[in-house]
Design a protein. Structure first.
Length: 318
């Protein structure tokens, strides 16, 4: 987990070293692609109606974010701003309008009111035209997008999709998402178990509205086709029902959890994950926003502290 402690002590052994620096002079890089795109990742509730997640120090005031998302984005060339759990809707909008070049709405396994409310707010702000940075949702993230774009009751049960890697049929090859997709990687997507699914809900292509472009589909164990990837026809909304970041996650308590699917032994699974990360970061590079906060707000300035197999960040915001 990421542990954020407000301090100016340059020798502080625990917490953040506050350099007091911005990552750039904001007068630079205005007429070129952003060389330092900062993408936010929403944190999730440690305590929800379903109980406490992780250990006792992961309390109501603390959010967690899987390190896999940070590694995935950094591997594609982005810097990562971990969005505090209790960021207000107003502050979230300001971050997206001024500082962040993109946002990831991560997957989630249970009802988490702070995370879900903030995620919904973000999607609604994009739909309402108040925010125009690229927003990418995985698993629960794409499901929240579907609720906003289609209907709150859109989700249906998918069978045999919990911690299972499977192929994905590529659709709409002219979409933004698949720009630069090679024939070899397309073949891998469609014939190999390169997409790690970890969900029990989803939605079908026929449930989607005309402004949603279905870019990929997969089939559950009953033969039902569900949306595996999509983008909006005109808004910077993108999503995947599967988890491209999971390639960076190796469960300690159950090492065979993902290995049995073959995803961690597959070079093409890594290529599929990297392709999605590269796509999002490329979209972020084109955005006009330039990060104005100090670099202590970025993940690389935060010390890590182990909580089972995931990471968290103390609630903070400047």
């Amino acid at each position: 987990m990421f542990d954020h402690t407000d301090t100016d002590d340059m020798s502080c052994p625990i917490g953040v070293v506050n350099t007091g620096r911005s990552i750039w002079d904001t007068t630079n890089y205005q007429d070129q692609l952003n060389p330092r795109p900062v993408i936010g990742v929403l944190t999730q509730d440690c305590v929800s109606t379903s109980g406490r997640i992780f250990t006792a120090d992961c309390t109501e005031d603390v959010g967690f974010v899987s390190a896999a998302y940070v590694k995935w984005l950094e591997a594609s060339g982005a810097l990562v701003h971990v969005v505090p759990l209790k960021t207000t809707h107003e502050d979230m909008t300001k971050l997206l309008q001024r500082d962040l070049s993109g946002l990831v709405i991560p997957g989630s396994g249970s009802w988490k009111p702070y995370y879900q409310a903030l995620a919904r707010h973000v999607v609604e702000e994009v739909v309402n035209g108040n925010v125009d940075v690229p927003v990418f949702g995985t698993c629960m993230g794409i499901e929240i997008m579907a609720k906003v774009l289609i209907d709150d009751d859109v989700l249906i049960t998918t069978e045999g999709t919990s911690n299972v890697a499977m192929p994905m049929k590529i659709l709409e090859k002219s979409s933004k998402m698949w720009k630069g997709l090679t024939e070899d990687l397309e073949t891998a997507f469609e014939n190999e178990n390169v997409t790690l699914n970890a969900h029990k809900y989803g939605f079908r292509p026929d449930q989607c509205t005309s402004d949603m472009i279905i870019t990929g589909t997969s089939v559950d164990s009953t033969g039902m086709t569900f949306v595996a990837a999509m983008e909006h026809v005109s808004l910077p909304i993108y999503g995947a029902q599967w988890h491209p970041e999971k390639i960076f996650e190796f469960p300690r308590s159950n090492p065979q959890k993902y290995d049995d699917t073959g995803i961690h032994t597959s070079r093409n699974a890594l290529k599929a994950s990297q392709f999605m990360g590269n796509f999002l970061v490329e979209q972020a590079r084109m955005h006009k926003n330039r990060y104005t906060l100090l670099d202590k707000e970025l993940s690389y300035s935060m010390n890590m502290r182990r909580v089972t197999s995931s990471y968290h960040i103390q609630n903070y915001y400047l």
